[in-house]
Design a protein around this ligand. Structure first.
Ligand SMILES: NC(=O)c1ccc[n+]([C@@H]2O[C@H](COP(=O)([O-])OP(=O)(O)OC[C@H]3O[C@@H](n4cnc5c(N)ncnc54)[C@H](O)[C@@H]3O)[C@@H](O)[C@H]2O)c1
Ligand SMILES: O=C(O)CC[C@@H](O)C(=O)O
Length: 526
């Protein structure tokens, strides 16, 4: 049974999903050296923002197949190190969008009305109404930096509160911004004109200290800034200085350069600087959403299925993935099968996408075929993340063609590979949408479902040959589950495809090849 380590607090619903397929150990607050010590036992690691998954941890995780981040940001995971090791990194891109947007709005209003300090004051026995005269957000200008999922929800609610909206996002179209009621502007203009500025962009080398002494100096003295995105986008020292000296009116900060926040001048900056300990995603609803989202992906990957939000493989929208999933399985099966027919040292892989699948996003299907092709040699080391890199490193040439006009099946794939045993080709299709059928082997028509153990022969179509193979297998105590012959002309060449219940014992292939009329024989394990 697979083992999953949950190293940050995750909603029970996620643990329940994981428990369907794995032994789940919840061990939170582990020091890094303890995590490194125990990680070799685990197939999957599920985290929130608390665990830093460093290269050292990834390298120690010799069994790791997947790291699941119950949240959006994966900046606490060394994703390149995981990709190099073929470890999937998945996240929940949307599970906490609303929670983070609502926290942002709560921060903006708290900042405007001094709610945290007023609360502190009354609880300490005061009745001070003068100190806490606030400002309204109505008719004020909100500058949104990063108009993605969270930025867009903030825009929608802020607009309803009567705010005017500016947005800066170099990757968003003017139409999209207009749809959200935002005027798309350059950052300088936003900094100069906004009464409130809210950050909703990722932390990258380009966005680190995007808000620094220079940009703070451009803001109005009445401006207030909210950061519920990532620590480090604001230079904290410059921010404290700007708030303390009245260069800006205030700031509300949920995320920090170093978390947990240690000794920091942020803590003593007064009522105009409010802090929360990375609570943006901390709602019951968001924690259920992200736990389900990520636990389901870990479960699927442990069951050999693709993940819907893998950050280090080409992203697929869930609805696209749902449609492609059967074709991914088909491509992987055919890749695995053809690799075994073609023998070792595969030089090239040709994949032809026919019918409806020809108009899909074909890249994941090609990757799935490569994964299947390499899986015989690399076993579980190859996956959707590293299949292309592994193939490239092995000098495997990949050629992809499409033909939407083929109508034999709704959609089918022809996968051919050239290896040390020559060039072989298999075609497969889906019956009823998701049942895999092998429909052609080296251009001989057949119709067989794939089986764990299979035997393929190329032989002369002549009386008695099927009986001889059956008796031979019987004499080795091999049980045949099904058998089918495909031929193009009577008494010409033919293929025989046998599904067998057990692996073929050593030596049997040599005996099969001695049967008169048999030209070639291949055993396959899928
Ligand atoms: N505080 C929390 O608990 C919490 C919770 C969820 C998300 N987050 C963080 O919030 C941020 C936004 O999340 P999201 O789900 O909206 O992400 P998203 O990917 O939907 O949106 C990010 C937006 O930032 C834009 N962007 C990228 N580089 C930019 C740049 N240099 N300048 C301006 N815009 C830029 C992108 O084009 C995109 O539109 C992320 O950093 C995420 O980690 C924090
Ligand atoms: O795990 C959390 O609570 C924070 C999550 C948040 O920062 C995110 O990026 O999704």
């Amino acid at each position: 049974m697979s083992k999953v380590l949950v190293s940050d607090p995750i909603d029970q619903v996620g643990i329940d999903i994981l428990s369907q397929v794995a032994q789940v150990d919840v061990k939170t607050g582990l020091p890094p050296e303890e995590l490194i010590r125990i990680i070799p036992e685990y197939d999957a690691l599920m985290i929130r923002s608390g665990t830093r998954v460093t290269q050292e941890i990834i390298e120690a995780g010799t069994q790791l197949k997947i790291i699941g981040r119950a949240g959006v940001g994966v900046d606490n995971v060394d994703v390149p190190a995981a990709t190099r090791r073929g470890i999937l990194v998945v996240n929940s891109p949307e599970g906490n969008t609303i929670a983070a947007a609502e926290h942002t709005l709560a921060m903006m209003l708290s900042l405007s009305r001094y709610i945290p300090d007023a609360n502190q004051s009354i609880k300490s026995g005061q009745w001070d109404r003068k100190t806490y005269v606030g400002v309204e957000v109505y008719k004020k200008t909100l500058g949104i930096v990063g108009l993605g999922k969270i930025g867009a929800h903030v825009a929608t609610v802020a607009r309803a509160m009567g705010m005017k909206l500016l947005a800066y996002d170099p990757f968003v179209s003017t139409e999209r911004a207009e749809q959200l009621g935002c005027r798309l502007v350059e950052i300088d203009l936003l900094l100069r004109e906004a009464d409130y500025i809210t950050l909703h962009l990722p932390k990258t080398p380009e966005t680190t200290h995007l808000i620094n002494a220079e940009s703070l100096a451009k803001m109005k003295p009445t401006a207030r800034i909210v950061n519920c995105a990532r620590g480090g986008i604001i230079d904290e020292d410059a921010l404290v200085e700007a708030v303390k000296t009245g260069k800006i009116a205030g700031a509300a900060i949920d995320v920090f350069e170093a978390e947990p926040l240690g000794e920091s001048s942020l803590r003593s900056a007064g009522k105009d600087l409010i802090l929360t300990p990375h609570l943006g995603a901390s709602t019951e609803e968001a924690q259920v959403n992200v736990a389900i989202d990520v636990a389901e992906q870990i479960r699927d990957v442990l069951l050999g299925l693709p993940a819907r939000s893998a950050v280090n493989i080409p992203g697929l929208r869930p609805e696209v993935l749902e449609k492609l999933r059967p074709y991914l399985q088909l491509a992987e099966t055919l890749g695995n099968l053809v690799a075994q027919l073609a023998g070792g040292r595969v030089e090239s892989l040709n994949i032809r996408l026919q019918g409806e699948v020809a108009s899909s996003d074909t890249q994941p299907i090609v990757i799935a075929a490569l994964k299947g092709l390499l899986s015989h040699a690399l076993q579980e080391r190859v996956n959707y993340v590293n299949a292309s890199i592994e193939a490239k490193e092995r000098g495997i040439r990949v050629v992809e063609t499409r033909d939407a006009s083929v109508k034999d099946y709704t959609g089918s794939l022809v996968v051919s590979a050239k290896g040390s045993l020559g060039e072989h080709s298999v075609t497969g299709a889906l019956l009823g949408g998701d049942e895999i059928r092998i429909t052609n082997v080296d251009e001989f028509p057949v119709n067989v479902p794939p089986n764990r153990y299979m035997l393929f022969t190329l032989h002369r179509d002549m009386p008695g040959i099927i009986g001889k193979i059956g008796s031979l297998l019987g004499s080795f105590n091999v049980n045949i589950a099904s058998m089918q012959v495909g031929r193009k002309i009577v008494r010409g060449d033919a293929v025989m495809v046998l599904s067998i219940d057990d692996p073929l014992p050593d030596g049997i292939l040599a005996e099969i090849l001695k049967v008169p009329g048999i030209r070639d024989a291949y055993t396959v394990t899928l």
